[in-house]
Design a protein around this ligand. Sequence first.
Ligand code: ADP
Ligand code: RBF
Ligand code: MG
Length: 206
Amino acid sequence: LLETTRPLLVGPDIISPPYPIKMKGKVIQGFGRGSKELGIPTANLPEAATNALCEDVETGIYYGWAQVGDDSSVYPMVMSLGWNPYYKNEKKSAEVHIMHVFPEDFYGVELRVIVLGYIRPERDYDSIDALIQDINIDIKSSFASGPSISQFPDIGIMTAPETRQRDVKCSKFAFKLKNKEDRASPKDIFDHWIIESRKAIKTYQT
Ligand code: ADP
Ligand code: RBF
Ligand code: MG
């Protein structure tokens, strides 16, 4: 049964092990249901990446970041890891919905993800609409739940109490990794989360 209210703020306050979890693999074909049935495309990771992820965390819904192919842009994502109880899949899958509108499909292209936190367990639903509604709440809560400000006391923060959505004053900031393997500083990560989440929220507001 779908809960009518869910906490918007999810994930750890401080990113601590096993997070952040990095994972990559070439996007594989799924059942084709994401875009067609749900209107929410999910790029499916190969079996090896899925299994590696399952060694670190339980099945469920997660949030974090994604990068696709040679593009150095980093986008917010939500990920489903498990059996899709609504569809009763027999194989575990790791599927990533990226909060960005892509000009074309990217099957076979390398997808890199950083998992930052857990949202909820996988559920079964009475209807496809209930599943879609829950995924949209996952997207919302991922936006509200970036890396914690407590790790970055040097940046100015305003907190909206209703949603505890985090807000930050910062100047223009473009998060572009020069190399795929480059590391971002914690402050870079936080600033980037806020800015990219906002952009994505705009795209996702209907
Ligand atoms: P499949 O069952 O084969 O995974 P989907 O209907 O879930 O099919 O669509 C997933 C595909 O859509 C991805 O593999 C990718 O190529 C493409 N795609 C386009 N936009 C996105 C997006 N924002 N997030 C994830 N995948 C996307
Ligand atoms: N499938 C389920 O059966 N139960 C879920 O609770 C569930 N949650 C999801 C949450 C997110 C954020 C995403 C992206 C997918 C989720 N799915 C869930 C998987 C969904 O059924 C799957 O993406 C489609 O079947 C397309 O493969
Ligand atoms: Mg998919």
